[in-house]
Design a protein around this ligand. Structure first.
Ligand code: FES
Ligand SMILES: [Fe+2]
Length: 435
């Protein structure tokens, strides 16, 4: 929310086209006014990922999350309906649910005892009637928990918008939708389950560092040497030689690393090679996918491997998991890692999948801590503001609009380029300039 003391920021001055790419001012990682404007313009007006339906699979289950900095509850009521409610008591505004997840049919505010059903309606207020109580104007039905104005889901992924008007969900999801479909299609029953809990990484860096990083492969050979050099892993997995490993700007700030065709060409899944099992090449899984989609499609989907996508502004879907990004302060973010199971796969496949996830992305994983440390270094580095620019000029010469694995045209370059990052920043600049 802008205040009277704020200056008007022209984001085209901070995300600057250079003629052969662009450069970004370090201010976008440091400035508290910019952070507040991001919350307002990106997180509180646009669509934001909230949670996965399988996290509240059973009636009564709930999770608490945030849209931007606003606390919400996602719950499933006794009739199986999913609700996304603001976690704010209608009396004097205390949060009514404190747990990260659990099961409850009511939420009682601990301040004065107002009690709500898990569908949000106000069940009761203590001490009614008589002197000191509410008069007859007070109607309980007017004081249910406030609903997030717009909620929509795709293949179990639930998104919310705090604005009652604006871009439609379909327009928002855009080309990213096909990649969510692919992630789910690889499961025997066409769904993933996120019921193994989540772990949180605290990052001493700005939230956008993770957005840029998810489709950055340039850093991998250096930041992730530990992962690549372990026995049985391939330190040369990412090179400039493979034209089939590409990165794409899908529009709307969404970006991907696309290795589908590279995986098919080599007959193996690069994700399996680097991180261990995704389970999606397991013959039993592939044959169950074939029952659903037909053999040719199952072969195509399974050998291509899982997607690797950043869905702007806060959802990442890759390998065995999805991740959710939570901005906290200009220099602090949380990343939540949600390992997923393939619905209908054997316990053995899903357990291997979970172990592989922990191996790469658990608290002592071989990949995740390295990125978090780099984000903190960038956060420190961008304090040095004499020449305030970060450079995003790779891959402009080879950049072209090409169809992706789903036939959708998207701006593409070889995987070691920065086309995807430029796409993110151009989208960011345009949304922020809308004011
Ligand atoms: S603030 Fe919740 S009951 Fe008073
Ligand atoms: Fe990384």
């Amino acid at each position: 929310m802008a205040t009277l003391s704020d200056t008007v920021i022209n984001y085209s001055d901070l995300v600057e086209e250079t003629g052969n790419g662009l450069r970004v001012s370090g201010r976008v990682y440091q400035d508290p006014q910019i952070f507040e404007e991001e919350l307002d313009r990106i997180f509180h007006r646009g669509w934001v990922f909230v949670g996965h339906e399988s996290e509240v699979a059973e009636p009564g289950e709930f999770i608490t999350r945030a849209i931007g900095n606003q606390p919400v509850i996602m719950s499933r009521d006794s009739d199986g309906q999913v609700h996304v409610l603001l976690n704010r008591c209608r009396h004097r505004s205390a949060t009514v649910c404190q747990q990260d997840r659990g099961s409850a049919f009511t939420f009682m505010c601990a301040y004065h005892g107002w009690t709500y059903g898990n569908d949000g309606h106000l069940i009761g207020t203590p001490f009614n009637g008589g002197r000191g109580g509410y008069d007859e104007c007070f109607k309980r039905e007017d004081y249910g928990l406030v609903r997030v104005p717009r909620v929509a889901s795709h293949r179990g992924f639930v998104f919310g918008s705090l604005s009652p008007v604006g871009q439609s969900f379909d327009d928002y999801l855009g080309q990213a939708k096909a990649y969510l479909d692919r992630f789910c299609d690889m499961a025997p029953e066409g769904e993933v389950l996120a019921r193994a809990g989540r772990q949180k990484t605290r990052v001493e860096g700005n939230w956008k560092l993770q957005v840029e990083n998810l489709t950055d492969q340039y850093h991998v050979s250096f930041t992730h040497q530990t992962a690549l050099r372990r026995p049985g892993r391939d330190a040369t997995a990412i090179t400039m030689d493979d034209p089939y490993q590409v990165q794409r700007d899908l529009g709307g700030g969404h970006t991907v690393i696309d290795r589908f065709q590279a995986n098919r060409n080599t007959g193996e899944n690069l994700n399996e090679r680097v991180t261990g099992a995704t389970g999606t090449l397991d013959p039993e899984v592939v044959s169950r996918v074939a029952e659903r989609m037909g053999e040719e499609a199952a072969e195509y989907v399974s050998t291509g491997g899982p997607p690797h996508i950043m869905i702007f502004p806060n959802l990442m879907v890759l390998w065995n998991a999805f991740r959710v990004l939570q901005p906290v302060r200009p220099n602090l973010s949380y990343i939540y890692y949600h390992p997923t199971f393939l619905k209908g796969a054997s316990d053995e496949v899903n357990t291997r999948r979970l172990r592989a996830h922990e191996n790469g992305f658990g608290p002592a994983g071989f990949i995740n801590p390295d990125d978090a440390d780099m984000f903190a270094r960038i956060q420190t580095g961008t304090k040095a503001s004499v020449d305030d620019w970060s450079l995003l000029t790779r891959g402009t010469a080879g950049e072209a609009t090409e169809p992706d694995d789903f036939g959708q045209p998207s701006l593409t370059t070889q995987v070691l380029g920065e086309t995807a990052q430029r796409g993110i920043w151009r989208h960011y600049r345009d949304v922020m300039n809308e004011g």
